[in-house]
Design a protein around this ligand. Structure first.
Ligand code: ZN
Length: 337
């Protein structure tokens, strides 16, 4: 187990505890929820994943620092992914906890409630656009065979707009950071100098881009703007949803901007080598993860993420006038301009 994922409630700042909750069969190991003492109980940043052990893990971690899970009165969720949202819904069912989610996550949630399945239809659409039909079929059948957790997916109590929210003695500035999802929010406590970053800034990996339901324009371009927006705010200690806290949100945002600059450059180099080609063929020529794995070494899910990320980079190159595309929804061909 990664050291940061050790169970318990770890003090992350004055009156703030980091509680890693396990994520079975997931390379990310755990999701951090943050418990904030408010004077009349606790508020959470992110709710965690509604797994069979989620409630028990949260209960015993909080008990270890003298808190009762039933005292959680509000959960401020960073984004709609199940490892952040679905346990909040379970807390509401049991304890009447209020659940808050960014307003721009509403279309994705409505679509999810409509299809009531785990099939990532938007990503499959991107796979087809990338010329990867075979993988789209594999991912679809995997997702269909996985049970949909209807009890974890309900509407929140409120849809949050960006702005300031008073939570106990602190003020949380909810900042719109679209990219990982459309309605992703980070919560910046300027007084304490801490940033609850959700999946916008992760300390050791670059978050997937636009992995959710509902098409949108240029998710990677939105993500890069959201990284730049972080640099325009005062720096803060980074409290991420996956991984250990880090001293500087600015440092990580800068690294992630550099990472995508390098990726855009590599994508152009591959286009130069291959001539007119599809996103899937470009993805196969790039290396993946921090260990520089080849595309063929990845499992199906991660091939999907890799392919979607490649087409996101290609779309940004087209938007910047450095590449062009024939726009074919069944295997778009890209080339340098
Ligand atoms: Zn996420």
């Amino acid at each position: 187990m990664a050291e940061w994922a050790e169970p318990g409630a770890h003090e992350a700042s004055d009156g703030v505890f980091r509680v890693p909750l396990s994520m079975p069969n997931d390379g990310l190991h755990a999701v951090n929820v943050y418990a904030l003492e408010t004077g009349d109980g606790l508020a959470l940043i992110d709710g965690g994943w509604r797994t069979p052990t989620g409630i028990d893990e949260l209960t015993s971690a909080l008990a270890g620092v003298g808190h009762d899970i039933a005292s959680i009165h509000d959960v401020y969720v960073t984004h709609i992914h199940r490892d952040h949202y679905t346990l909040a819904i379970e807390l509401r069912r049991r304890f009447g906890t209020r659940v808050h989610l960014g307003r721009d996550e509403a279309p994705g949630l409505h679509q999810l409630l409509e299809i009531a399945s785990n099939v990532p239809v938007t990503s499959l659409h991107q796979l087809r656009r990338s010329g990867e039909d075979e993988l789209a079929a594999v991912v679809r059948s995997m997702a269909v065979s996985e049970e949909f957790d209807a009890d974890g997916w309900e509407k929140p109590d409120s849809w949050l707009d960006p702005g300031e929210y008073v939570v106990g003695s602190r003020v949380l500035d909810a900042v719109a950071t679209p990219g990982h999802t459309k309605g992703h929010l980070v919560y910046h406590d300027l007084g304490a100098g801490i940033l609850f970053a959700g999946d916008h800034l992760l300390p050791t990996i670059s978050p997937s881009i636009g992995f959710e339901l509902g098409d949108w324009e240029l998710p990677l371009a939105s993500y890069l703007s959201s990284l730049e927006a972080m640099l325009e705010r005062p720096d803060a200690r980074l409290l991420p949803a996956h991984g250990a806290p880090a001293p500087s949100a600015h440092a990580r945002a800068t690294e992630l901007l550099e990472h995508h600059d390098v990726r855009l450059g590599e994508t152009m180099r591959v286009l130069d080598e291959l001539g007119e080609t599809t996103a899937w063929r470009v993805a196969r020529r790039l290396t993946w993860t921090r260990r520089h794995r080849s595309y063929d070494e990845l499992d199906s899910f991660n091939r999907m993420v890799a392919t979607c990320e490649t087409i996101a980079h290609l779309d940004v190159l087209v938007d910047r006038g450095q590449a062009r595309s024939d726009g074919n929804p069944d295997g778009a061909r890209f080339s340098l301009t």
